[in-house]
Ligand binder design. Structure first.
Ligand code: ADP
Ligand code: MG
Length: 696
């Protein structure tokens, strides 16, 4: 590490509050702080002063350009660089940056996916500075986090809806808190994303078309050693990986990202980085930045960072556990059980709201994590199934049961529990025996949504989490605000809702087949594929929910629906084409080459010894497999052609899931039998063993 003074390093490339305070006139700083906290608009004079200070600061950090940095619906980030350069007299230039340029930009919106919402000729959108997320310097460019909207105000990005959903949570939580006499003035959601990833050697990566084109392997026989020894999880980190992590931490710290935890994950070559949580929109910005920096730093080390949800068959895929909570401006965590009966009643109401929200909106949560990549991971005995359920732990489960049944609480401490009058028994925080098979687990003071895939932008899932909770709190507040006897009605409401949504609570093994059957009996939804998960997004119930809260318009929802479907079909299209190319350009030629050598040898051996059983046996076996592979590839090509011709996007997506994926699996099954039969120097591309064990 070049600079070990972490406090000095941390945030040195961020225009944060310390820098603002230092560089801005005190009036302007106050105005900006007000804008950040309360969302009040900035006047142009203040904006000009901020822009000037920002520019001077950025130049001192080596920046020559500025860019509005935003998150279009592609799920990655976009930037368009403009230099600070402005012509001056006598052929000279000055470096300038105005308040107008800071606040609003106009990139061409025609090439960003918008789900057919806007035709190209009116392709103008604008970006607006989000002052709640700090500007930073990256690659000699001052990046200004911005929202991206169309001229009539439709969101064309992932940040705008997330900010709207946070506003909804703020509004509805405050209504509820007021009923408890809580003095909080502002409420915000918090997020800590645990990011999993794989590292592979760049030279090997370059030899695999599937990794380059699809981010995951489409072929690969099982290595002799997989993850069955459980010797990778938390194991000592290999020197080359340590160097990478050190470099990564340094880059992230400079950008003010609280990279905190790093360790090896369950699969060989798999690792994790978890930052300290922060407000959801900042966490979302920082996670996008983290993914970008992870990939960039890897290249410096001759490595490739794979963020795909399932790069290798037969070993665990990668997720992004989404730790989610709500905090007040008084520093109170609303998902943490409190110390007084009042706090506990408040906690139980928020908990009940989450339980109801998840049960009522299983479809939305499943939708929020749906992607072609994540389909390989959910329900594959390594990640939660596609069924949504909540794990609350034994202690809380016993308490909720006692409330539901009106019985004595029979947990560790025992006794009766009267909401509003009793203190909850201590609930173990983050206990080590907690259930890792649950898609949605309470971990003592937050919920961990584990279905999120590693490559996904976390804005989508968090927008939906916030929205479904805000809508439930809205309904609770509507009801309780009318109450004449708050304590009594509160208790009734909690009991009623816990009873109504009891089915969503599940503390058992989420990976087991029994759970799938049990969940079906309980009437829980199990959308195994992305098209199935998307199908219900534009149901009336969901349109009503989002429009009621002002988070999405029906048009925005329809466009997300189209974009997700289109993306799914595009990924499937690229994957099946890549597969066919690899069969014809890599695997069959490699097998023929080897067969040719075998035949030559056979011919000579026959002449000398009059026999060569082993060679003959191998040739016969390979010959059968290669024929089979060629036939299966033809079948895949045919099915893919038929699927591609389906005009209706939803029908096409279903056909990819139902017809093309099984045909791809058939091709792969044969190819993976051929690979181990070929001599080492005849293998078509680096094997799983090469990829998973070469980074030392
Ligand atoms: P584990 O792998 O055991 O779940 P980690 O330490 O890897 O734990 O990750 C836990 C994540 O949860 C961290 O990113 C942490 O900052 C985050 N977290 C902790 N408290 C909260 C909270 N109140 N709100 C949101 N995230 C939180
Ligand atoms: Mg975790």
């Amino acid at each position: 590490m070049s600079n070990t003074n972490v406090p000095e390093l941390f945030g040195c490339l961020v225009f944060n509050q310390t820098v603002m305070k230092e560089m801005l006139p005190s009036q302007t700083y106050k105005a900006l702080k007000h804008t950040m906290e309360e969302g009040t608009p900035l006047d142009l004079e203040a904006a000009n002063q901020i822009a000037e200070a920002m520019k001077n600061w950025a130049i001192s950090k080596g920046a020559t350009h500025y860019s509005h940095w935003f998150q279009p619906l592609t799920g990655i980030t976009a930037e368009k660089h403009d230099s600070f350069l402005s012509p001056a007299d006598e052929g000279k230039i000055i470096m300038s940056f105005s308040g107008k340029e800071l606040i609003k930009g106009e990139p061409d919106a025609s090439s960003f996916p918008n789900g057919g919402k806007r035709s190209t000729f009116e392709a103008r959108g604008y970006t607006v500075w989000d002052p709640t997320s700090y500007p930073f310097v990256k690659d000699h460019t001052l990046c200004i986090p911005t929202a991206f909207c169309s001229y009539n105000g439709e969101a064309l990005d992932k940040k705008t809806p997330l900010l709207r959903s946070m506003e909804s949570i703020n509004e509805q939580s405050l209504r509820v808190l007021k009923l408890f006499g809580n003095k909080a003035k502002h409420v915000t959601t918090t997020m800590g994303p645990e990011q999993e990833y794989f590292l592979v050697d760049e030279k090997l990566y370059q030899k695999r078309k599937d990794l380059k084109m699809c981010g995951r392997t489409l072929f690969g026989a099982r290595p002799v050693k997989g993850q069955e020894m459980d010797d990778q999880y938390f194991a000592a980190i290999k020197p080359r990986v340590i160097k990478y992590m050190e470099d990564l931490n340094e880059e992230l710290w400079k950008l003010g990202i609280y990279a905190k935890t790093e360790h090896n994950e369950a699969a060989p070559a798999q690792h994790e980085m978890a930052p300290i949580f922060t407000t959801s929109n900042l966490a979302a910005d920082q996670n996008q930045l983290t993914m970008e920096i992870m990939k960039k730093v890897a290249r410096r080390h001759g490595l490739i960072c794979l963020l795909h949800e399932k790069p290798f068959k037969g070993v665990n895929g990668s997720g992004k556990h989404n730790n989610w909570s709500i905090a007040t401006d008084l520093g109170e965590n609303l998902f943490a059980p409190g110390k007084t009966p009042r706090d506990n009643a408040q906690f139980l109401l928020f908990l009940t709201a989450v339980i109801k929200a998840v049960d009522d909106n299983q479809d939305l949560l499943r939708y929020s994590v749906a992607s072609a990549g994540n389909d390989h991971r959910l329900g594959a005995n390594e990640a939660p199934p596609a069924i949504m359920s909540i794990y609350v732990g034994d202690e809380l489960d016993a308490i909720l049961k006692a409330i539901k049944d009106g019985t004595d609480y029979s947990g560790k401490t025992g006794g009766k529990m009267t909401i509003g009058a009793d203190v909850l028994p201590p609930i173990p925080k983050d206990s080590t025996d907690r259930n890792r098979t649950s898609p949605f687990a309470f971990t003592g003071n937050r919920f961990e949504f584990r279905s999120v895939g590693s490559a996904l932008s976390i804005s989508g899932p968090n927008t939906i989490l916030n929205a479904i909770l805000a809508d439930t709190l809205r309904a609770f507040a509507d009801e309780l605000e009318q109450s004449k006897n708050f304590d009594e009605d509160l208790e009734k409401l909690i009991k009623r809702e816990i009873t109504a949504h009891w089915r969503i609570l599940f503390n058992g093994n989420g990976y087991g087949q029994e759970w799938i059957e049990e969940a079906e009996k309980r009437g829980l939804k199990n959308y195994r594929t992305t098209p199935k998960a998307i199908e219900h997004y534009v149901d009336q119930k969901n349109i009503d929910l989002f429009t009621r809260l002002g988070i999405y318009t029906p048009e925005e929802m329809k466009s997300h629906y189209d974009i997700k479907l289109e993306k799914y079909c595009q990924v499937m299209n690229i994957e099946s084409n890549t597969m066919l190319e690899m069969v014809h350009k890599d695997i069959i030629p490699a097998a023929f080459k080897y067969l040719n050598v075998l035949a030559d040898t056979e011919f000579k051996m026959q002449r000398v010894f009059n026999l060569c059983d082993a060679g003959l046996k191998l040739m016969k076996e390979l010959n059968i497999l290669v024929n089979d592979l060629s036939n299966k590839a033809d079948l895949l090509a045919k099915k893919h052609e038929e699927t591609r011709a389906i005009a209706d996007l939803m029908q096409r997506a279903h056909a990819y899931a139902k017809v093309v994926i099984p045909a791809m699996e058939d091709v792969r099954a044969i190819a993976d039998q051929i690979e181990p039969l070929l001599g080492e120097e005849y293998k078509p591309f680096p094997s799983y063993e090469d990829l998973l064990y070469s980074v030392q």
